[in-house]
Design a protein around this ligand. Sequence first.
Ligand code: 5GP
Ligand code: ZN
Length: 135
Amino acid sequence: MTDCLFCKIIAGEISSHKIYEDDEVLAFLDINPVHLGHTLVVPKKHSEDILSIDSDSWRAVCERTRILAPIVHGATGADGINVIMNNKKSAGQLIDHAHTHIVPRFKDDGFKGLPQHKESDEALAAMREKITALI
Ligand code: 5GP
Ligand code: ZN
């Protein structure tokens, strides 16, 4: 994808603070981190998001995320780690090249997760039917 920022970083046309690279994946530091050490794990093969990524790319991203998360945890001295993936603009995706975020978290850093609410048993059962019908 000629117009994709992450494809340009993968191609070396835009510089990054690379922390890991192999045939399938590149990982580098986010320039606007939640905390320093916030790392992006990016498949080298362009796909937009979780709705369209191929199985091999996704497996590679997941496995490298698994390997790099404890390393980022150790290097930053974080108390915890969020692994996050944003998909589509309405879910906060800014760069339309699939990737995970490894986000170091610290006790009392005060960041809240997504708001949740109590749902009725009827609504949960109806949604379960909808989802399982498509599996
Ligand atoms: P998204 O919102 O798409 O899940 O995350 C994209 C991330 O890429 C953001 O956290 C943003 O700070 C980061 N980002 C945007 N432009 C650049 C860049 O040029 N270099 C690096 N290293 N990160 C970037
Ligand atoms: Zn791309």
